[in-house]
Design a protein around this ligand. Structure first.
Ligand code: FAD
Length: 399
């Protein structure tokens, strides 16, 4: 456990530093959920010169494509630094949802009905047994449901279900509304947003990042945050490659539409997931493919996802696909986020590579990065999830 993390707050004696910091100019590159969350967090703690540069439209990439599950438990053995980070971030969502509603009038549809993880095969049952013991021993909220109880809980899941686990603390949020609310916050609070503007390289002077040139314009900054998701490795540090490797991993999804909401909870299984939205849509995901920056939706993926959904819930068989899309998850070699500074490069902080959990991890990422920028506060998380864990491409800047 990382006790320092939960204790991140802004009550310590950095008030005078904050006053100094209010006039600093922070540049954020990337307007996905991560960049937008950092912008809001910085503004809320008093920074008044924030510019966010986005190559397309804010919230238009992976953060738009996601399923919005906030599920630390359903995907994890239930221990370790990454699990702690995910849980700490999930716990920030109830306050975030109500603050965003007050601030912007946008309800991000935080749904705390929980997640059901279904078992259909012997292998699933083995996995469920292991998961149940580990999570129970760790004191986490988990409930075992027999086949009968599973069907009473969610009557539309397949009669072939053999048992399930219920994770009461694995929630969901509407990620598109979350991005819309964060963008609205930025626009109504004087945060400068430049859309349709691509940053190709960072300006470097004497080993320090001093801003960027983008769209024929120079943006000077005291600190720059890279929140560019799957495109992070395309950015240059001066004349050389940024010394981090983040790759795109495509995820394709489909959606069905029903007049009435059929499922109350997120439904997970070893083959995929169904996420019921309040408007009657059922999101079905997802593929995991290395296809470069190609975002095509393929017939094969649509077919596989449809078959999986019909197997998990035969009662929806016959529904036609109402929508399909794909997005690029930002992936580092160990599938963990890249957070914090790069050794030997001043004025630059990374917040990227959130892979499958960027929606879940946005609030805690924003807190960690804002604390770093405002007070220089380190975090054990920067050791665990920092760039130092990889042997980096060498940094040769125009020092
Ligand atoms: P993005 O949302 O991709 O934003 C990065 C932004 O940077 C983009 O808007 C891009 O245009 C901009 N940019 C890039 N380069 C430049 C540049 N040079 N100059 C200017 N702007 C630039 N996560 C969950 O927590 N729960 C889920 O259920 C979930 N489901 C998912 C399902 C799918 C199918 C996919 C694809 C992802 C899913 N994820 C989920 C993962 C989540 O979507 C990502 O981890 C998260 O959106 C990453 O946020 P981001 O802001 O880093 O990236």
């Amino acid at each position: 456990m990382f006790p320092g993390l939960i204790a991140i707050n802004y009550n310590y004696s950095w008030l005078s530093r904050k006053l100094w910091f209010m006039d600093r100019h922070i540049l954020i590159i990337g307007g996905g959920v991560i960049g937008l969350s950092i912008a809001r967090e910085l503004h809320k703690i008093g920074v008044r010169q924030i510019t966010l540069i986005e190559k397309g439209v804010c919230g238009g990439e992976a953060s738009w494509a996601a399923a919005g599950m906030l599920g630390p438990q359903a995907d994890s053995p239930g221990t370790g630094a990454f699990f702690d980070l995910c849980c700490a971030s999930r716990d920030l969502f109830p306050a975030l949802a109500s603050e965003l509603l007050d601030e912007t009038g946008i309800d991000i549809d935080l749904d705390r009905a929980g997640t059901l993880y279904l078992a259909f095969t012997d292998a699933d049952m083995l996995e469920i047994a292991e998961r149940y013991n580990a999570h129970r021993n760790a004191g986490l909220a988990i409930e075992y449901l027999s086949a009968d109880k599973t069907r009473r809980t969610e009557p539309f899941v397949s009669p072939d279900v053999r048992e399930s686990l219920f994770f009461a603390d694995d929630w969901q949020v509407d990620n598109r509304k979350l991005c819309a609310a964060l963008t609205s916050y930025a626009l109504s609070n004087g945060i400068t947003i430049r859309e349709n503007t691509t940053v190709e390289s960072l300006l470097v002077e004497d080993g320090r990042v001093t801003g960027v040139e983008a769209g024929g314009e120079r943006f000077d900054a005291d600190s720059t945050v890279i929140a560019t998701g799957a495109w992070t490795s395309l950015i240059k540090l001066g004349e050389v490659a940024l010394p981090v490797i983040v790759e795109p991993v495509r995820g394709q999804m489909i959606a069905f539409h029903t007049a009435k909401r059929l499922f109350q909870r997120v439904i997970q299984s070893s083959r995929g997931y169904l996420v019921p939205r309040t408007d009657g849509r059922i999101l079905v995901g997802s593929t995991t493919e290395k296809a470069g920056f190609e975002k095509t939706v393929t017939n094969a993926a649509e077919k596989n996802l449809t078959e999986m959904a019909y197997e998990v819930a035969p009662s929806i068989s016959g529904l036609q696909i109402a929508d399909s899309w794909s997005g690029l998850r930002p992936f580092a070699a160990d599938a963990l986020p890249l957070l914090g500074p790069i050794d030997g490069v001043d004025g630059l902080v990374l917040a990227t590579a959130h892979y499958r959990n960027g929606i879940l991890l946005a609030p805690i990422t924003a807190r960690l990065i804002a604390a770093k920028l405002i007070s220089g506060a380190g975090s054990e998380y920067f050791d665990t999830f920092g760039t130092g864990r990889f042997r980096l491409r060498s940094v040769v800047t125009n020092r």
